[in-house]
Design a protein around this ligand. Structure first.
Ligand SMILES: CC(=O)SCCNC(=O)CCNC(=O)[C@H](O)C(C)(C)COP(=O)(O)OP(=O)(O)OC[C@H]1O[C@@H](n2cnc3c(N)ncnc32)[C@H](O)[C@@H]1OP(=O)(O)O
Ligand SMILES: CC(C)C(=O)C(=O)O
Length: 567
């Protein structure tokens, strides 16, 4: 990088539009969408799609609900030509879908393009030429007058050729390529030349498509440019004002949204932002941004993972895990305070009310995604997320102080392993930490191992068959219930501070989960013990033995459970 970038790069001059109105507008409805996945997206791939892949993507675009689809540049490539022919010859285009094809403003290409569309009931021909100063000088070697003549000559040719094929309802789309870098008066002149030459009027609409071929300014400048054009284009009522933002500055979506506020009625882009360089505008993001404002986009992304997999298969490009709405990680929270807020949000959520879950701008279920990965645990996680996972996956509802205690154990584990902790690994650690002997942890050395217990008929007396520090013995105790009786039988100075029991699982799989909080008399502090059994008495006895073990036995280390990422 150079020390003084101003010597090499020039800031974009703001638009003189002091009475701009777009900043105080709001979006109220979806635009007309145009997918250019099969043209702009396709021309940017390592390997452009073959006919079969194009067909697969076309069918997905139709299924999503696109009514205008740019299917290629038929005069430029045999594949695109064959694809267009296949769509028309095999009648693969639904009645409410219109194909668009692109051509440069060159006579031979226009002729081939119109011919490629023969037999289509409707067609949009997309004619373009670059208009910005650098392109005029460097690429075309033309002055402004010559550029206007180029537009007039080629729209005129297109009109002649299409008038000769009245069986098709033809629409002209004219794009002053590089619009965002072009002097506004020049863009307007080029557009008005195309509009007048085509003869726009009732029943003969023209689409004027204004691209930021290369993004070169902040999105508010693009919005000003669009509002400037919107006010001047004529006859405005017979013009569909379209935008085609690219994403070189990473603001393609913002540019489109502000452009809609400024008068754009139609938006061109690609699924997940495929397209030249940094891509086209991401149609999925714009559509779902509208959805989160309560506006249905008219596009169906209720199986967003399915759409993503088709797009990836057809383009050969992976979708980034943090891509809005579709990325693998975008509904996942690792950090403690976020997890805590999400957990509380779900607890307070009214399924019939507004979506107000902290940190989740959209309900993943609306996109066909599950809540499975909403919370994942690593060393940045806190008690809220850990409690959420245990509750969701195992039905274990921990009291708040126990959440604090167990999250410290999780923290020690994740700090040591430096990896994410999967749901199964979390459960294994919970078992090692709390569950009493006789469960999956019988192999772990226990200070107190219970082999059997028998409660008297009145529920006041208990007999325990236990091994304590390697010595097998029978203990008897009395109390006003199994917990008190077990404490009495153990003969330890246990003080029970709290007890909770709830069912986990349902039906035949249901088990009682007993949680006991206790301390040793005369010793500060308390800890928790857990018992899990299909029998509620057994669960209580085990919870007491668990807490006794944790109070008198040295802390055990976590089991070696693979800390793999959840699938
Ligand atoms: C911003 C965009 O995405 S625009 C779409 C771009 N997409 C593509 O280009 C993909 C398909 N294109 C192609 O396959 C080829 O470019 C073809 C077949 C159309 C043309 O190929 P070629 O005839 O070899 O021309 P090539 O593209 O190399 O050269 C560009 C020539 O077209 C001219 N040209 C470029 N764009 C246009 C245009 N919109 N209208 C008229 N002429 C144009 C250039 O000035 C240059 O002219 P020159 O030869 O007199 O210097
Ligand atoms: C709209 C067309 C010409 C385009 O792809 C662009 O300018 O980026």
């Amino acid at each position: 990088m150079i020390a003084q970038p101003a010597r090499k790069y020039q800031a974009f001059a703001p638009v003189e539009l002091h009475d701009r109105t777009w900043p105080s507008q709001s979006l109220t409805h979806a635009p007309v969408w145009l997918s250019t996945d099969l043209r702009d997206g396709n021309q940017a791939l390592f390997e452009p799609m073959n006919v079969e892949r194009k067909l697969q993507l076309f069918q997905e675009l139709v299924r999503i609900g696109f009514k205008e689809i740019e299917v290629g540049f038929p005069a430029a490539s045999q594949t695109d030509h064959d694809f267009v022919r296949r769509l028309i010859d095999e009648d693969l285009v639904p009645d409410d879908v219109t194909l668009m094809v692109m051509t440069q403003s060159r006579a031979d290409l226009i002729e081939r393009t119109v011919d490629a569309m023969r037999g289509a009931p409707r067609a949009i021909v997309h004619l373009y030429n670059a208009t910005a100063r650098v392109w005029r000088r460097v690429v075309f070697g033309m002055n402004v007058t010559q550029v206007m003549a180029l537009v007039q000559d080629h729209v005129s040719l297109l009109k002649r050729l299409t008038d000769a094929r009245p069986e098709t309802r033809w629409t002209l789309q004219y794009s002053p390529e590089t619009f965002s870098a072009t002097e506004l008066e020049v863009s307007l002149r080029a557009c008005q030349t195309a509009i007048a030459t085509w003869g726009a009027g009732p029943g003969r609409e023209v689409i004027i498509n204004l691209p930021s071929t290369v993004e070169n300014a902040t999105p508010n400048v693009f919005a000003d440019q669009i509002e400037w054009m919107h006010r001047r284009l004529s006859p405005r009522e017979h013009i569909v004002l379209s935008v085609h933002p690219h994403n070189d500055r990473g603001t393609g979506v913002a540019a489109a949204e502000l452009a809609m506020l400024a008068g754009a009625q139609r938006v061109e882009g690609c699924l997940f932002g495929n397209g030249e360089r940094c891509g086209n505008l991401d149609l999925v993001t714009v559509a779902l941004n509208l959805y989160t404002q309560g506006i249905h986009p008219g596009l169906d992304f209720s199986d967003i993972n399915g759409v993503a997999r088709v797009a990836e298969a057809c383009t050969g490009l992976p979708i980034h895990p943090r891509h809005p709405y579709a990325g693998d990680l975008v509904f996942t929270s690792f950090s403690g305070s976020h997890q805590d807020a999400i957990k509380k949000g779900f607890a307070a959520h009214d399924p019939e009310g507004l979506w107000q879950i902290p940190y989740l701008p959209i309900d993943p279920a609306d996109l066909g995604r599950t809540y499975d990965s909403v919370i994942r645990v690593n060393s940045q996680s806190g008690k809220g997320g850990i409690a959420f996972l245990l509750e969701r996956e195992r039905g274990v509802v921990m009291p708040r102080r126990m959440q604090v205690e167990f999250s410290a154990a999780v923290q020690r584990h994740t700090d040591a392993s430096e990896t994410e902790m999967s749901g199964p690994a979390l459960w294994a650690l919970f078992q090692t930490t709390y569950l009493d002997p006789g469960t999956a942890l019988s192999a772990v050395a226990q200070a107190i191992t219970c082999h059997a217990h028998r409660l008297s008929e009145d529920g006041q007396g208990i007999e325990l068959d236990v091994t304590i520090e390697g010595v097998r013995q029978t203990l008897q105790g009395q109390g006003n219930g199994p917990i008190a009786a077990t404490v009495d039988a153990l003969g330890l100075p246990l003080e029970v501070h709290g007890y909770e029991e709830r069912a986990t699982g349902a039906g035949a799989q249901a088990q009682a989960l007993a949680i006991v909080e206790a301390g040793l008399a005369g010793t500060p502090g308390a800890t928790f013990g857990v018992g899990l059994d299909s029998n509620i008495v057994t669960a209580s006895v085990r919870a007491v033995l668990s807490v006794a073990n944790r109070l008198v036995a040295p802390p055990r280390t976590a089991p070696a459970v693979a800390a793999t990422a959840e699938g």
